[in-house]
Design a binder for this molecule. Structure first.
Ligand code: BDR
Ligand code: CA
Length: 312
């Protein structure tokens, strides 16, 4: 079977890097390009983190394009408190001096949508700024992309950046608004899925490290700051991997054990609920569904895919 063409948009920090490892090493997937966006860290750092990751896994053939440096209308507020000052756990990696392949991730995505019209799977692992800009430049983009998997939002309305909002949606809510209205065929994997089904406990982390490859070590070590944040702030037994489980689902939809078609809208204005993606779970609005939302996932199946990505 031919490998499926993917495009990954990422604000590369610690969990994004693991997601890239999964996608770039999966035999069924052909990642045609990576667009980088500001989010977890400033844009230039996210670019360097992506470049380092692809080099480590020997995939310098996959082009990396520089995208938007700030959200559409709001100033960038990063998540370096979660992922570390360098976004990669502050473990001393040499994250500088590499050169990206292109300086316009928005145009590169549009080009890929033409090159692979009707076939491309778009996976977004950061704020939706690049995608919103692409739709702005060419509103016909959704006609060429049959499937867009978004890591973002929370179906149980328990947030990780505010009481009700998830970081990627909170960072650039105006981009979320544009994407929800665009006609893209959207599938959401929220932070609730990560918190409930993608937590790597300390024992599981030891088992993954025991795979014994440099990539396994890298994927665990760069979670150092996230693990501390999870212990104090999100109160998880270990660290969670939102972008990796979203990517795993994009590759293998059977990772989802329950999904719902729902109408989604995002709050752009309120200071209290900025970036909250309101999911009409009981159909109050009568508005047609505009997204498929993953509401439960298979932890073991996810862990198996993660583990196999780490084996040399
Ligand atoms: C999302 O926000 C970022 O911190 C992670 O990389 C992930 O994309 C989780 O809310
Ligand atoms: Ca991310």
């Amino acid at each position: 079977m031919p490998r499926r063409p993917f495009w990954i948009d990422t604000d590369t920090a610690s969990d994004d890097a693991v997601a890239l490892v999964i996608a770039l090493r999966h035999p069924d997937v052909d990642v045609r390009g990576i667009g980088v966006v500001a989010g977890n860290v400033p844009l230039d750092m996210a670019v360097q983190n992506a470049l380092y990751t692809r080099e480590l896994i020997g995939r310098t053939d996959v082009p990396i394009h520089v995208g938007e440096a700030a959200p559409l209308r709001l100033p960038l507020e990063t998540a370096q408190n979660v992922h570390g000052g360098d976004g990669m756990g502050d473990i001393g990696l040499p994250l500088h001096g590499r050169s990206p392949d292109g300086d316009d991730a928005v145009d590169a995505l549009l080009q890929a949508s033409h090159d692979h019209a009707g076939e491309l799977t778009l996976v977004t692992l950061g704020p939706l700024t690049n995608v919103a800009r692409a739709i702005e430049r060419d509103p016909s983009l959704p006609e060429r992309i049959p499937r867009t998997v978004v890591m973002g939002a929370v179906a149980d309305h328990v947030g990780n950046v505010s009481p009700v909002a998830e970081f990627n949606m909170w960072c650039d809510p105006h981009a979320v608004d544009a994407v929800l209205a665009s006609g893209l065929s959207l599938e959401f994997v929220g932070w609730d899925i990560s918190r409930k089904h993608a937590v790597v406990t300390p024992d599981a982390a030891d088992e993954l490290r025991a795979v014994g490859s440099p990539i396994a070590e890298f994927c665990i070590d760069i979670q150092a700051v996230v693990a501390a944040y999870c212990a104090t702030d999100t109160k998880l037994d270990g660290f969670d991997l939102p972008d990796p489980i979203a990517t795993a689902y994009a590759i293998d939809p059977a990772i989802a054990t329950d999904t719902r078609r729902l109408n989604l809208r995002v709050e752009t204005d309120s200071a209290l609920t900025r970036g909250m993606v309101v999911m009409d779970l009981l159909g109050f609005t009568g508005h047609a569904p505009n997204a498929l939302v993953v509401t439960a996932a298979d932890h073991d199946r996810f862990m198996a895919m993660l583990r196999s990505a780490l084996v040399d």
